[in-house]
Write a protein of this length. Sequence first.
Length: 379
Amino acid sequence: SVLSSGINAEYGVDGKYLAARFSLTSEGLYGFLMPFKIDDVQSAQRASQQNMLGVNMLYADVKGNIGYQQVGNVPKRSKSTGLLPQPAWKSENLWQGYLSGEDYHSILNPPEGFIATANNHIQAPGGPNVATFSLQHNRLDRITHLLKSKDKFNAEDFKRFQSDTYSLVAERVVNLIKPVLGQTAIEEELRNWDLRSTIDSRPAAFFKMFYEVLSRDILMKLFHQDEVRIAKYTRCNAYFVIKLVKTLIDDIPGFTTQKMLVDALQHTLALYKGQRYGDLEKMSFKNDAFGGLLPRWTGVDALDLPTNHCAECIKVGQASINMQGERVYISQAWRMVTDMSTDVVESILAGGPSGNILSNIYMREIDLWLTDTYKKIHL
């Protein structure tokens, strides 16, 4: 995005306006189509280097090769990462062409014997930074731990991994608050919690509430904003904020780390009314064509379904607010597992393979998706 000065044709007002530029080019579109003409990991990496989608691609072939390819069509910028707008009337802020395919990070058959990504920051040693905003390593660390847990795996292991709801963030934050936990029933349950977000779990629900209260409390204190305004921001990682400002917290009068935790704990105890995780974490499937306006008995939409997804675990999922102010749920829509030595693929697609409300396979896979039950397809 850039800031453009001058007279706006629509409003006729001289000023500064935000103008977004999209890096879709013929080269990027070509890279998007090329993966359909590949026969091994190396050719897949070469074909997909320059692509209109900025994603992490993992490849495997029947020869036993595995590979990672950073994919995108990223412009060259002289002074900016692209995260913030720049004055477009200064020529040095304009794009200087695009990165070439060789600029993107690539891995083939690493010595660890596996490759894992989870929206974390990945950058080639000495290479350009192609990602403007990445997530922390919590989910990656959990995936890596599981992949190091034994030498050989099968499809059942990976199905279990994809359904894993153990939270390393919960592990770290619960360890922080254990010294200040009291003797109420829910605090005792939290103390002995297995750190998994199962639907019937009371401590998982309590932790979810505590975590959100703690995030708001930190942000309100640091940025001097009221709770209503802070609630409009996307959900913050409280553990990250604690680490980030730990050296500053004790310099704020009346705001020590322990007091912050105790205050958030007391606030959560006052809010908690015995809810279980599934009471708080719910999702809905709405047909975009009808906008959720049809009666429930039509079966077109599936609303308020309890789920065990969590924002910080491998089985990721969380409610968010989009740019239009609508509540949306972000999660793994499609999960797939296959053993490359067989001709069987096991998968689940949220909602099912058809968007036709008259089809007998419309919404067919919702229950499978919610219960981590995979269907088998023989190729």
